[in-house]
Ligand binder design. Structure first.
Ligand code: C5P
Length: 237
């Protein structure tokens, strides 16, 4: 084996670098899971597509002044990232009603969420990633009030940068999930990935899903949908 895996997630690996404690290689896998691991499949080429799309979006965010862990795209499936201490929150931004928001509120699928909202979920598989109110985040001592505020502001800023990029590509950015971390200086930094695995992307004209819902709900060919996203964004895979 030519590398050491520091962390193995459902769709990614973090790989340790020799003589470099400040960075990881983030490798995107072809594995797809849904419903907390109940549904599983592999799609050849998914890792490369997500790496290319994520790299492109992180570059756009960096250009807009958002601090991210992204350094560079290394190979088809690998990106070089800064090492962060991950905050165990899944931060979801929503522009339209879909998924669990519809189930929780009864609001109509697709209706506009105006202004956009930010939700926080506990990143804990064994609990099924439950939604957390600010009081729970405080009680669990996950982050302090100021850090939580910074995370929410950064999530909305990411939305402001990404929405027009997708709109120009004829894609509605319905919702997406972010993860943040803290660097060695204590700054809040955007981590993880932003890809069709972690967002809902709807064709503005047809309303068709171009994201992981294709796999979750058997709506068509996942690779075709992800390729469509890459092509429309002008991303070379
Ligand atoms: O399921 P829900 O509607 O709460 O998902 C909101 C958004 O967050 C979707 O884009 C979904 O793909 C993403 N998500 C994720 N990882 C999770 C939960 C949700 O990427 N563990």
């Amino acid at each position: 084996m030519d590398f050491d895996v520091a962390y193995e997630g459902k769709a990614k690996q973090l790989i340790l670098l020799e003589d470099d404690r400040d960075h990881y290689v983030q490798r995107f896998k072809d594995d797809a899971t849904a419903f907390n691991g109940e549904k599983f499949a592999q799609f050849e080429g998914k890792g490369a597509l997500n790496n290319a799309i994520s790299s492109f979006l992180f570059e756009k965010l960096e250009e807009a002044g958002v601090l991210t862990h992204y350094i560079e795209r290394r190979t088809e499936t690998d990106m070089l990232i800064r090492k962060l201490e991950i905050v165990p929150l899944e931060v979801v931004v929503r522009n339209h009603v879909a998924g669990s928001l519809g189930r929780r509120t009864g609001l109509k699928e697709g209706s506009k969420v105006d202004p956009p909202i930010v939700e926080t979920y506990y990143k804990k598989d064994e609990l099924g990633d439950p939604i957390l109110a600010d009081v729970h985040i405080k009680m669990l001592d996950i982050v302090d009030d100021e850090e939580l505020d910074q995370i929410k502001q950064a999530a909305l800023r990411v939305n402001d940068v990404l929405q027009p990029i997708f709109e120009k590509a004829g894609i509605r950015l319905v919702d997406f999930k972010l993860e943040f971390g803290v660097d060695s200086a204590g700054a809040i930094i955007l981590g993880d990935e932003i890809s069709p695995d972690t967002s809902r992307l709807w064709d503005i004209e047809s309303g068709d899903s171009l994201d992981k819902d294709v796999f979750r709900y058997d709506k068509g060919e996942l690779i075709e949908a992800y390729e469509e996203v890459a092509e429309r964004l002008g991303v070379e895979v």
